[in-house]
Design a binder for this molecule. Structure first.
Ligand SMILES: Cc1cc2nc3c(=O)[nH]c(=O)nc-3n(C[C@H](O)[C@H](O)[C@H](O)COP(=O)(O)OP(=O)(O)OC[C@H]3O[C@@H](n4cnc5c(N)ncnc54)[C@H](O)[C@@H]3O)c2cc1C
Length: 395
């Protein structure tokens, strides 16, 4: 009875004092938004349906613009300490270099990409959120969301049953299958790619330089090899039908068929298969509910841009909401979030689609033409800088 009374009091308090912002999803996008809001002294509740933070590496590249943005919440120094700085991308056909993109001349304080497993990025963001007085409520799943009178009400399933949470604003940072997006009736327009992707973190002997990300164009499909902290490498490859859980022998076979040769994989740390789609939310805002990260856009991992774009969405929205809640900006200014960020995502979807298509050309003549065109186009310093600028998301 006492527990019920306490719970009832908690519910009444929540109903009487809606939280300023409710963030659904504690991936990189949700955690970033929550940090920006907490830093501005805004009350935030962050919910995630998972029992614990994810421990898989997934997105492993943090680009220059993301490092600049995360400086504002003092996360960049810890990322730099934990990650590996890589200043170059090279495009290769087996061991032959077709073109190279050098990030070191870009006009930024961080003229490089930083390699760091996503689980580590999330751990550092969550640690910062805790420093800022926030936290993540886990094992809480958003079931329903309604909006009326300028307030949103979320129905959440917890270990103790259903709970109702009221908030002035809701951020849907709940990934590609977003429940927030469904609840506010926003379409996710696009289609799935035919190929699936194999992803593996391995320890191996590697004959090529370890300060570059290498993209291999092969007849069988695209393969990306990138160095990770701790002497590991990330291997990502497109396949028509990838094994559900890749084994060491599968990764070795990929490297033999598409890589430079002379590679021996000695340890498979983690492997996964995933399918990707190119989709963009038809709207980023309905009433006081907003979408960020994979809830708003998904695309091919070419160029490693998914998590980066999501973090930058979240920083933009977190800052905009903080200004409106603090009374220093007009509520209408919130429309600027979608106006700024949706075209960015549309550009990323288009660029990564183009990269995926040209990287997966099958026919021998098609590949020869592609290699010749790329070599010629990327001989121009201006073109190289333009492409590096777009990949670093500095455009
Ligand atoms: C195997 C794999 C490999 C990848 N590799 C790359 C890569 O190499 N490069 C790259 O750029 N990107 C990659 N990605 C994509 C990248 O991981 C995503 O772009 C990134 O995680 C998006 O961050 P997010 O915060 O928007 O969403 P997510 O990281 O998906 O986080 C969403 C969170 O919301 C929670 N949630 C979902 N539904 C609910 C609900 N109803 N209620 C409460 N909580 C909910 C989830 O538990 C999750 O924690 C990969 C993804 C996968 C799965």
């Amino acid at each position: 009875v006492w527990a019920f009374v306490c719970r009832f009091e908690e519910w009444m308090q929540m109903a009487a004092n809606p939280v300023d912002v409710l963030v659904i999803g504690a991936g990189p996008a949700g955690l970033t938004a929550a940090c920006f809001l907490r830093q501005a002294g805004i009350s935030v509740t962050v919910l995630d349906r998972a029992e614990a933070g994810a421990n898989t590496s997934r997105a492993a590249v943090v680009h220059a613009r993301t490092l600049e943005v995360l400086e504002q919440i003092a996360v960049t120094p810890s990322l730099l300490r934990a990650g590996l700085i890589v200043p170059r991308f090279s495009i290769r056909d087996r061991s032959r270099q077709i073109a190279a993109l050098d990030f070191s001349g870009l006009p930024t304080r961080h003229p490089y990409t930083l390699m760091i497993p996503q689980a580590e990025t999330e751990r550092l963001l969550e640690a910062r959120l805790v420093e800022l007085g926030g936290s993540v409520r886990r094992s809480c799943t958003l079931e329903r969301l309604s909006q009326a009178g300028g307030e949103a009400t979320a129905t959440v399933r917890t270990a103790d049953g259903e709970e109702s949470i009221s908030a002035r604003f809701v951020i849907g940072a709940d990934g590609g299958h977003s429940a927030v997006r469904s609840a506010i009736g926003v379409e996710f327009v696009g289609r799935e790619y035919e190929q699936s992707f194999v992803l593996a973190d391995v320890v191996m002997t590697w004959p090529l330089p370890s300060d570059e990300v290498q993209l291999f164009f092969a007849a069988q499909g695209l393969m990306v090899v990138a160095p990770l902290p701790g002497g590991r490498h990330r291997v990502v490859a497109t396949m028509d039908s990838a094994p559900q859980t890749p084994e060491l022998a599968d990764v070795q076979a990929l490297l033999n068929a598409r890589g430079p040769g002379g590679t021996v994989v000695t340890h498979l740390v983690w492997g996964s298969r995933f399918r990707v789609a190119r989709r963009l939310a038809s709207r980023y805002r309905v009433g006081n509910a907003f979408l960020v990260g994979d809830a708003a856009h998904v695309h091919s991992p070419a160029g490693g841009q998914g998590m980066n774009t999501g973090i930058q969405d979240a920083a933009d929205l977190g800052g905009a909401l903080a200004a409106v809640i603090a009374g220093t900006a007009h509520p209408d200014s919130l429309d600027g979030f979608a106006e700024r960020r949706r075209p960015v995502a549309a550009g990323v979807v288009a660029l990564t689609d183009w990269m995926t298509r040209i990287a997966t050309i099958r026919s021998a003549p098609g590949r020869a033409i592609r290699n010749a065109v790329l070599t010629t186009v990327l001989r121009s310093g201006r073109m190289r800088t333009a492409l590096a600028t777009r990949i670093a998301e500095l455009n």
